[in-house]
Write a protein that binds this ligand. Sequence first.
Ligand SMILES: Cc1cc2nc3c(=O)[nH]c(=O)nc-3n(C[C@H](O)[C@H](O)[C@H](O)COP(=O)(O)O)c2cc1C
Ligand code: SF4
Ligand code: SF4
Length: 271
Amino acid sequence: MATTIYYFSATGNSLAVAKKLQQQLDDCRLIPIASLANARSIKPGGETVGFVFPLYYMGIPLLVKDFLEKISLDGVRYIFAVVTKGNPLAGGAIPQLAKIMKRWKYRLDAGFYITLPDNYIPMLNLPREAEQRKQFQACEVKIPQIVKYIKTNARLKERAFGSFLRPLIYNRWAANVRNSDRRFTVEDSCISCGVCEQVCPVNNIKMSQTEPEWLHHCEECLACLHHCPKQAIQCGKSTKKKPRYRHPEVLVAEIVKQKTAASPHPLSDQS
Ligand SMILES: Cc1cc2nc3c(=O)[nH]c(=O)nc-3n(C[C@H](O)[C@H](O)[C@H](O)COP(=O)(O)O)c2cc1C
Ligand code: SF4
Ligand code: SF4
């Protein structure tokens, strides 16, 4: 049974999960959502379709939400989602996704959360290394369980505490997020390497003569902040001394590659 997984990932957690699912499912291909930004309509090939992405303010990242408006799932037999997140108690994206699916007359059959290191360092600290290791181990245990659900087309939507708070928290964030890049500053340690520009999934960074300039259509994914090799990008005052994060099984090059899918999506209309 062919599976197509659409993913988005800024610091690698969701990409690592997507890759692990691909390894354990038969005939599964991964398609980066960021590569479909210019597609007007998208139609996946397989019978099973999955979405893997991070939780943002108890909801769905905006570029994933925009993508969901364009995808046609007619003829798809099983639809699932895996949402990575930092707080074990947090949720909200699965009921939000189920609602979007319902609006288009589709059914979200299964939705799972996986807790991995929280990359939202403007507000929080990264978990300590020992805690990160525990999260990676728990993820290894959970992936085969999710695969079992997918392979048997079983239905289950995981619930999380506080999902009812989502509209309040998410809507306010979504209304202001495009300008959230106004909080970014660049330090003198910048070596003009352009990595920040390359990793930005929505081309919201332009290299001026020597340093990055933000263009105010930000997703607040924090890829630029985390992957800068000199830690020269700060977000407000709180990130200065904090370590940066990338999932240990994901390369910067894989984050960069998200904007250009390995092969053109066969059934997207990008004209
Ligand atoms: C803008 C933003 C908002 C976030 N909001 C939440 C949240 O509401 N709850 C949560 O548990 N984690 C939150 N996180 C943490 C990420 O969901 C988590 O670290 C995720 O695994 C990152 O995935 P990625 O590495 O694939 O980008 C947020 C991260 C960002 C950048
Ligand atoms: S990634 Fe960092 S060092 Fe490289 S251009 Fe951007 S800010 Fe400068
Ligand atoms: S500017 Fe930085 S935070 Fe904003 S979308 Fe691009 S990479 Fe993400």
